[in-house]
Design a protein around this ligand. Structure first.
Ligand code: ZN
Ligand code: ZN
Length: 381
């Protein structure tokens, strides 16, 4: 008997293993075997819904390429952005930084290569450059540039030996104001959108100087980065309270994005546009319909954030009198809320539902949604 069972087991084992191998082993050992479980070319869609009347476009308005001081070509930047779930990208190369040593004659080349690559992905590219100066001006991205070649390579005031002069007290380089003013004027003439980059970099101070007031008065401070790459600047919330300049979040990417954000969503700016065209995007940006989204945090205009929250959350009423409801979050945004007697945030996780007791019309606090220093307060039904 025992021998019979041993034989049966051996036969079964043999046939099973043969069946498994039959699926995987090629008929000819020289074949290349397609690894179907490792299919390539899969986009990581980011689920953030539209709001009434507008499409929600996921954008990154600050990225570098191999032509200045980064590792990726303009085409590679477009590919990365598509795979990371974005709709719009801007390769905003430094003017006057040539650390990688790749020679090129015309700064327009960078934008042209990105625009050409984007055609294959049905994506939009906003032509841009980064004006790279010392503080107090700092760095500004000029978006929707028409001709990147006119901006100045000379950035600092030079001494007789041709070396950059520094402020004797702070040691900071002094900007060559003549070329800076010429660059700002060139941006104005091209109808550019002016974005103040990383106010807290590199000195961790996020100071607002006279030149920012001057830029604002001239209509040349159209957005400011509250988040740049993997850091954010709380003082930008104060500037938002004071001036209501739209806040944006960008990567300022130098590495391949998989190196820095392969494990998480990259920072992005949400723009609420009427259509998926460059003209419509431009109209939305100058109208200030933008919200920053980074590290599961949102920052922006109260009405826009309220509409976005309402678009993400779906409520099923279980008991109206008691306020018992089921809330489903149909987005990739994790909302942290505070209401009632809860000591800790109640989280509405992406693509999950939770049952809550919240009376109709009752406003609750969205702790990760900044409308300036204050948090968004809104009803969920
Ligand atoms: Zn910069
Ligand atoms: Zn940059």
């Amino acid at each position: 008997m025992n021998r019979f069972f041993y034989c049966l087991a051996a036969v079964l084992l043999c046939s099973c293993s043969t069946a498994v191998h039959a699926q995987k082993m090629p008929e000819n050992s020289d074949d290349r075997v397609f690894c179907y479980k490792m299919q390539t070319g899969i986009r990581n869609n980011v689920a953030i819904p539209d709001i009434p009347g507008y499409m929600t476009l996921k954008c990154d308005f600050h990225i570098h390429t191999c032509y200045a001081d980064a590792q990726v070509t303009p085409k590679g930047r477009v590919q990365e952005a598509w795979y990371d779930g974005l709709d719009v990208v801007s390769v905003s190369e430094h003017i006057g930084v040539h650390k990688t040593g790749i020679a090129f004659e015309d700064h327009n080349l960078v934008n042209q290569q990105a625009i050409e690559a984007a055609k294959g992905y049905g994506m939009l590219v906003v032509p841009g450059i980064e004006l790279t100066r010392a503080k107090p001006f700092g760095h500004f991205n000029l978006l929707f540039v028409k001709d990147a070649s006119v901006f100045s390579e000379v950035r600092y005031e030079l001494d007789e030996e041709g070396k950059p002069k520094v402020d004797p007290e702070t040691g900071v380089r002094l900007n060559d104001m003549e070329t800076l003013r010429a660059d700002i004027k060139a941006g104005e003439e091209q109808g550019c959108f002016f974005q103040w980059n990383h106010p807290g970099w590199p000195d961790k101070k996020s100071d607002w100087f006279d030149i920012q007031t001057e830029m604002l008065k001239a209509g040349h401070l159209n957005a400011m980065e509250i988040c740049n790459h993997a850091e954010w600047y709380p003082r930008v919330l104060d500037y938002f309270d004071q001036y209501h300049i739209p806040m944006v979040a960008n990567t300022d990417q130098h590495n391949p994005t998989a190196v820095d954000f392969g494990h998480t969503m990259r920072p992005m700016t949400l723009v609420f546009a009427k259509e998926y065209t460059l003209e419509s995007l431009r109209e939305a940006m100058f109208a200030g319909r933008m919200v920053a989204f980074w590290d599961q945090t949102l920052a922006g205009d109260e009405k826009l954030l309220e509409e976005l929250v309402h678009a993400c959350l779906k409520v099923k009423v279980i008991d109206e009198a008691k306020g018992r409801i089921e809330i489903t979050n149909n987005s990739d945004i994790r909302f942290e809320t505070l209401y009632g007697d809860h000591m800790n945030p109640v989280v509405f996780y992406p693509h999950k539902a939770v049952i809550c007791t919240i009376k109709k019309g009752k406003k609750i606090s969205f702790e990760n949604c900044y409308i300036g220093r204050a948090k968004l307060q809104t009803n969920v039904w």
